[in-house]
Every structure is written in structure tokens, then in C-alpha cells.
Design a protein around this ligand. Structure first.
Ligand SMILES: NC(=O)c1ccc[n+]([C@@H]2O[C@H](COP(=O)([O-])OP(=O)(O)OC[C@H]3O[C@@H](n4cnc5c(N)ncnc54)[C@H](OP(=O)(O)O)[C@@H]3O)[C@@H](O)[C@H]2O)c1
Length: 283
């Protein structure tokens, strides 16, 4: 059985390949990335192939002889739009007779009203239409997204946010470990809504107080005030607006989750929140 991980040189890929190598042996794991040198440096014990989602021929060559694929979603805003680029990956898997794909998707991708869900919905549908057996790994928010909020607590400064509602933050490493375990499993489910326990920013801030031993203010401001605050920290206005927009899916309720899927996929409890915060801050 040959496994492959795409976009393998990113942070998610690195976590997943490490676990997959342990589970099935590095000799059975092909790593695919568009940056050959970077991937060769990271994975001296794996076969490394070049694969760029933007070019279907590149992905067709990269996926030759592969049975099971961990298909890691790319970032929006590339040269080729993400839905089109990811369709190339699906077409290449179909052409190569890939038997199973685990795809990193978005919470409740088929029904979510979040703008970020659309590419993932299109890719999930392309996988279904291609008739490839699959698991959709619908990852909730990475705790790493909140590095600015977490660092405020370390500095004993007010921790600011604007979004109402809750998110199921968990370590990116928990999601990537779960992804590798689902890929290696013989009897995975079709859909995993992967998330830590749902928390508000207020609750995340209380955990941050425990992790840092500091007693700072946790303060909700308007989205505009939040953007202005980010600009004052040195971000240009476009970057500040982009960072602020990461809270939109929390505010619109897209990331409230109440499943045990992450622990189930991990085969162990999700890393506790205070420990997770300490881990993010240690890197
Ligand atoms: N749920 C969340 O909170 C959350 C947060 C952030 C991201 N995400 C999603 O999770 C994915 C993995 O996250 P990550 O931390 O591993 O991100 P990352 O470190 O930025 O890695 C993304 C990887 O995708 C590769 N890539 C991008 N476009 C590609 C293309 N057209 N063809 C081939 N490879 C391409 C990148 O290659 P290069 O190094 O060459 O650019 C990189 O190796 C992201 O891509 C995004 O879809 C989710």
C-alpha cells in the first residue's frame, strides 16, 4: 500500500508525515510538494516528488502508483484560484486510480454560510463526483491562528478580540495527527467535524491567564476598533483587515462545534487547552 501526502512541506504536512511514517513506515509514504528542495530537506527518509496543484500534469505524475492520499488544502489567493487548482488534484487522483483520499475541509462545508467554505464545498463535491472513497476532515480553527491574542497575555497586556460566539480551537498538530491516523485506518468515517471544545474568546482568555500566570484584561471591541488596534501594532491596513477577518467565521457561528470526532480520530483525548496554549507559545 502506497500513501502520499500533498502540500507536504507546510506545517500541517510536516505533522502528518511524521505520524504517518511511524504508522506505516517511511518507505510507504511518498511526499509531494511544489518545492522539491524544501521537501527533500525535510524528508530524508521518504520518496519526494514534485506536485503543483496549479498544473494537472504535475499532479498526475506525482500521484502515479499511489493508493491513499492525504490531500491538504492549499491557501486561497494563489495564481490559479483554489477551487480550480484543487480540481486538478482530484482529476489527477481519478486518472491514477487512487483508492482513498482524506481531504482537509472546512467545518460543515456543505451547509456553512462562511465565504471560506465555498472552495472546500466545491472540492468535496468534485471528490464525490469522481467516485473516490473518502474522508472529509473538516478542521475547525487552529489555535495557532490566535498567536496575537496569546502573545498579549504573555506581555500582560489587554487581550483584544471582536467576534461573538465560539470556536473549537485545537492545536494544528492535533489535527494533522488525526489526519494521518484517519488515512492509515481501514475503517474511517466519511465525515469528521474535527474540533476542540467550543470556547468564546473570553473563555480562551481565561485559559491563557492560567497558562501565563498573568491577570490581564480580556476585552471585546468592535471590528473597526480591532483593525485600528492591529494597525497600531505595525500592520498595514490590508494585513490588519485580513487578520481581523479570520474572526468572521467565529462571529457568524460557523465554528461552534459539539462533536467528539477529534478525540475519536486521535484515539486519545484532545490536548487540553492550557497545555495547547503553552505549546503554541513555546514555538
Ligand atoms: N482551520 C484553520 O484554522 C486553518 C488555518 C490556516 C490554514 N488552514 C488550511 O490548512 C492548510 C494547511 O495549513 P498549513 O499550516 O500547513 O499551511 P502552510 O504551512 O502555509 O502550508 C501550505 C502548503 O500548501 C502548499 N501549497 C500552496 N499552494 C499550492 C499549490 N498550488 N500546489 C501545491 N502546493 C501548494 C504550500 O507550498 P509553498 O510552501 O510552496 O507555498 C505549503 O507547503 C492550509 O493550506 C489551509 O487550507 C486552516
Amino acid at each position: 500500500m502506497k500513501y502520499a501526502v500533498t502540500a507536504a512541506a507546510g506545517r500541517f504536512g510536516q505533522g502528518a508525515v511524521k505520524v504517518l511514517n511511524e504508522l506505516v513506515g517511511a518507505e510507504n509514504v511518498v511526499v509531494i510538494d511544489r518545492n522539491l528542495e524544501k521537501a527533500q530537506g525535510l524528508y530524508p527518509n521518504n520518496e519526494v516528488r514534485v506536485g503543483n496543484y496549479d498544473e494537472v500534469a504535475s499532479m498526475e505524475a506525482a500521484l502515479k502508483g499511489i493508493d491513499k492520499v492525504l490531500f491538504i488544502s492549499s491557501q486561497p489567493g494563489g495564481k490559479v484560484d483554489r477551487a480550480t487548482a484543487q480540481k486538478n488534484v482530484v482529476d489527477a487522483m481519478k486518472k491514477n486510480g487512487v483508492k482513498f483520499v482524506a481531504y482537509t475541509s472546512f467545518p460543515h462545508a456543505q451547509t456553512s454560510k462562511s465565504a471560506l467554505a465555498e472552495d472546500h464545498r466545491i472540492t468535496e463535491n468534485a471528490i464525490k463526483d469522481a467516485g473516490i472513497a473518502h474522508s472529509f476532515l473538516r478542521d475547525n480553527w487552529y489555535l495557532e491562528n490566535e498567536i496575537g491574542f496569546l502573545k498579549s497575555g504573555v506581555a500582560d497586556q489587554p487581550a483584544l478580540y471582536w467576534a461573538n460566539n465560539k470556536a473549537g480551537w485545537a492545536l494544528e498538530g492535533d489535527y494533522s495527527e488525526a489526519a494521518a491516523k484517519v488515512l492509515a485506518s481501514e475503517n474511517s468515517k466519511e465525515i469528521y467535524e474535527l474540533a476542540g471544545a467550543s470556547r468564546s474568546y473570553e473563555e480562551l482568555g481565561e485559559a491563557l491567564k492560567k497558562a501565563t500566570g498573568n491577570d490581564f484584561e480580556i476585552k471585546q471591541v468592535s471590528e473597526d476598533e480591532y483593525i485600528k488596534y492591529l494597525e497600531k501594532t505595525g500592520l498595514d491596513s490590508a494585513t490588519a483587515a485580513m487578520f481581523a477577518s479570520f474572526q468572521a467565521p467565529i462571529n457568524d457561528g460557523s465554528l461552534e462545534e459539539n462533536t467528539n470526532d477529534l478525540a475519536e480520530a486521535l484515539g486519545r483525548p484532545v490536548t487540553p487547552i492550557v497545555e495547547s496554549i503553552k505549546e503554541v507559545l513555546a514555538h
